[in-house]
Design a protein around this ligand. Structure first.
Ligand code: NAD
Ligand code: UDP
Length: 314
């Protein structure tokens, strides 16, 4: 016997695979669906002996699941700036067509639905920190537009399904999240700096490193996603760690925690790179009773240990 069925699209990815693990621990039967565009079956291989099913499928095509689905966590999408610039059309398609198919499945099964949206809907924000009622500052035709606009469309479609069909929908605006299992070459700051530090290569800080981000550890994020799914709230909720730092501070912290003697090397700032980013999590605190618990240094230590293992450094 097992509990209700939860479908996780993007289940072979970084956040998706941790969410699958968490849901299995809560007693769910978990169906992970993924086309492995940026994910890896290695992330979920250890789950095959549990009430778990992997379906290799591109969610921009009609989705069929041969059992009653009670919850749909829709995470499928390239997520790092490098990935969505390598796959711009796939990113637009999965945000638009993929979200349509995932909502269609939720409608058919009368399942609860959660969209993994992003802080990128705020673009290069003119309001700081970012609260959910800020509409954002996005360049639709810039290199990041494929991701930002796909997620903005996905949010609009989710609200339309809620209003028209009465689907019980949730929208999580996820801010920068990190942890074990991130792809080493996904180009994001945390894995890039850790790999560079462990290999003794220069850390590539873009611009002068004064742009800010706020990094949330994966276990906190997964719990936030679960609490949001279980809530009765339909409007967007920011999930992230409000502890803000500059990218240069992040690089220096990773040098210290790895004990690396790598240098820092400055490279040109990519176009439309947001200057600042920090979640206002007042809504998550009051509605979900949620806030991050894992301190940044502790999360980074876990992540560094995972990268050491995967790089064969003991
Ligand atoms: P990831 O790349 O590790 O995982 C995404 C997964 O989606 C991958 O396994 C990929 O193969 C799969 N996928 C992509 N297109 C697909 C398609 N058409 N059909 C089926 N599967 C498809 O990225 P992640 O960091 O785990 O991000 C997960 C979700 O969270 C994404 O929707 C992302 O936009 C969102 N998010 C992540 C962050 C973060 O900091 N990690 C921040 C904001 C939002
Ligand atoms: N960044 C950097 N060096 C790198 C990778 C990223 O300085 O090798 C910067 C990037 O320009 C951005 C910040 O780190 O300002 C976070 O980048 P990431 O790709 O992790 O996520 P983003 O928040 O931009 O989506």
């Amino acid at each position: 016997m097992h509990g209700p069925v939860a479908l996780v699209t993007g289940g072979a990815g970084f956040i998706g695979s941790h969410l699958c693990e968490y849901l299995l621990k809560q007693g769910y039967f978990v169906v992970a669906m993924d086309n492995l565009l940026t994910g890896d079956v290695q992330n979920i291989a250890h789950l095959y002996n549990q009430p778990f099913l992997f379906i290799h499928h591109d969610v921009t095509n009609y989705i069929y699941v041969d059992r009653p689905v009670a919850f749909v966590y829709h995470l499928a999408s390239p997520a790092s700036p490098k990935d969505y610039q390598v796959y711009p059309i796939q990113t637009l398609k999965v945000g638009a067509l993929g979200t349509h198919k995932a909502l269609g499945l939720a409608l058919r099964h009368r399942a609860r639905f959660l969209l993994a949206s992003t802080s990128e809907v705020y673009g290069d924000p003119r309001v700081h920190p970012q609260a959910e009622d800020y509409w954002g500052n996005v360049n639709p035709i810039g290199p990041r537009g494929v991701y930002d606009e796909a997620k903005r469309f996905a949010e609009a479609l989710t609200m339309a399904y809620h209003r028209v069909h009465g689907i019980d929908t949730k929208i999580a605006r996820i801010f920068n999240t990190f942890g074990p299992r991130m792809r080493m070459d996904d180009g994001r700051a945390v894995p890039t700096f850790i790999v560079q530090a462990l290999r003794g290569e220069p850390l590539t800080v873009y611009g002068d490193g004064s742009q800010t981000r706020s990094f949330c550890y994966i276990s906190d994020m997964v719990e936030g996603l679960y609490r949001l799914m279980m809530s009765d709230y339909h409007l967007p909720v920011n999930l992230g760690n409000p502890q803000e730092m500059t990218v240069l501070e992040l690089a220096e912290l990773i040098l210290r925690l790895t004990g690396s003697r790598s240098r820092i090397e400055f490279r040109p700032l990519p176009q439309d790179d947001p200057r600042v980013r920090q979640p206002d999590i007042t809504r998550a605190r009051s509605i979900l009773g949620w806030e991050p618990r894992v301190p940044l240094e502790e999360g980074l230590k876990e992540t560094i240990a995972d990268f050491r293992r995967r790089l064969g450094l003991g």
